[in-house]
Design a protein around this ligand. Structure first.
Ligand code: ADP
Ligand SMILES: O=C(O)[C@@H](O)C(=O)COP(=O)(O)O
Length: 436
């Protein structure tokens, strides 16, 4: 195997998002779920033979710093052991983190381990409206702290100035590569990075307004041992790898035959985009609402939900249904005040994970999960090891395929803020079209 890129993603939807962009830009990509063990490598050596990039998906975005650093370093060791040309630390295009981390501490640990003196921070993903100007992150036409992300249940983002945000997460110096320099092209950008490195600036937040800026950034940073950012940078790097002769021209992204089996949507995301998608779905199809306070009382509610799902598929086999804990900020706050933030998240994640495991065993074959943490919980409970990337539903959200219990599962992991309002219905329609 001649691996070009090794990526470490801090959540599962983020990993899929990056893998999707790499595949679309012509890299044969495998997504591994969790740090691969030595056994995985031996078992899968043939499967990994024709792979250009591996994305290791972790659940390290919202866990304690030490755990995030430890898991990321374990993933790095494994990837470096495969002989990669470059390492990519993937975090959210909305820079999801807190003053404790985990973006700063993980980036620092990876740099120390690789002996890197500087890295770039490129969260932007213009195709989904995430841009950065003068170091300030925008979601569409709103600053990050006015985009709905200020109400995120786990990592509320209340400051759009990323130089300042990252400055609170690292003891090292943070600088800016601004649009004016980018507009002067790759050589000027590279020179600017050099100058900053000479001044001891270790982390460089990069402005990005559009895909052309990503191309300039990719050209400027292709020789760095470590790059960091959202999946936008992942769409631009493969062309640079081809120019360096590391990567052959590859025709097409994977084309996967969809699984059969009942369609189910599980949503634990409370992001604005998801709330709109939930409402849109409920106007057309049935849904079951989960309340963390009720779930915390015991197993009764969960069993009732499973019975309702069984009855639904008995009466309407092949018809999609949604189970959701997604709620407006005020309702999330009530649950968090009574249960605590961590416990409120956990009861929802555990319930949705149990529903996924049980219903797949009972005939669900097409599953769409909304929410990064939620997806992490579901995928971990299913003990999946690898995902193959299939057709894209919307920017950042592909269908993937996994092996579960001897069968095939079509699985889409949707980041909270991604996707058109009708993605829950259109996703299944897309699979239907592929079947015909
Ligand atoms: N009604 C609710 N009250 C409290 N927490 C909730 C509720 N619904 C979902 N959550 C939790 O909110 C978190 C949402 O995070 P995540 O799944 O990553 O979504 P996103 O992709 O939108 O960030 C999860 O931990 C989930 O369990
Ligand atoms: O970069 C992105 O926006 C996504 O890839 C991502 O990481 C999404 O995270 P969640 O919103 O928590 O799903």
């Amino acid at each position: 195997m001649t691996l070009v890129l090794g990526a470490i993603a801090d959540d599962f939807t983020g990993a899929t998002d990056l893998a999707n962009n790499l595949v679309r830009a012509g890299m044969r990509t495998v997504q591994m779920l969790g740090v691969p063990g030595a056994r995985t490598l031996l078992d899968d050596v043939d499967a990994l033979k024709d792979v250009d990039a591996i994305v290791v998906a972790l659940k390290s975005r919202s866990c304690p710093v030490e755990q995030a650093v430890g898991d990321s370093l374990a993933a790095l060791d494994w990837l470096v052991g495969q002989g990669t040309e470059q390492i990519f630390f993937k975090y959210c295009s909305t820079f999801d983190s807190t003053d404790e981390g985990n973006i700063g501490p993980v980036a620092d640990a990876l740099m120390d381990s690789l002996g890197a003196r500087q890295t770039v921070m490129v969260p932007a993903f213009p195709a989904t409206g995430r841009t950065v100007y003068q170091g300030h992150l925008f979601v569409g036409d709103r600053l990050l702290n006015d985009s709905g992300m200020q109400d995120h249940p786990l990592n509320p983002m209340t400051d759009a100035d990323l130089v300042r945000v990252l400055g609170r997460q690292t003891r090292h110096s943070v600088g800016l590569l601004d649009r004016a320099v980018l507009a002067a092209g790759p050589a000027a950008s590279r020179q600017h990075l050099e100058t900053l490195a000479g001044q001891g600036v270790r982390h460089v937040i990069c402005d990005t307004l559009d895909d052309a800026d990503l191309d300039v950034l990719a050209a400027a940073c292709v020789d760095l041992p470590l790059v960091t950012g959202g999946s936008g940078l992942g769409q631009a790097l493969p062309e640079q790898y081809r120019r360096k002769g590391w990567l052959a021209a590859i025709e097409d992204a994977a084309c996967l035959a969809p699984a059969s089996g009942n369609p189910l949507v599980l949503s634990g995301s409370c992001s604005r985009a998801t709330l709109g998608q939930v409402s849109h779905f409920l106007e057309r199809h049935p849904g079951i609402a989960l309340d963390p306070l009720e779930l915390a009382l015991g197993d009764g509610r969960l069993q009732a939900v499973l019975d309702t799902l069984r009855e639904h598929y008995r009466q309407w086999p092949g018809e999609p249904i949604l189970v959701y804990a997604s709620a407006e900020p005020a309702r999330v706050k009530v649950a968090q005040e009574q249960l605590g933030i961590v416990r409120a998240g956990e009861v929802v994640e555990q319930a949705l994970a149990t529903i996924a495991v049980t219903m797949i065993r009972e005939g669900v074959g097409r599953l769409l999960v909304a929410g990064g943490e939620t997806s992490g919980a579901v995928v971990s409970a299913l003990a999946l090891e690898q995902l193959r990337i299939g057709p894209q539903i919307d920017a950042g959200v592909p269908w993937t395929q996994a092996r579960v219990g001897g069968g095939t599962l079509s699985l889409a992991l949707k980041s909270g803020n991604f996707g058109g309002v009708d993605i829950f219905t259109r996703g299944f329609e897309l699979l239907g079209e592929v079947t015909e």
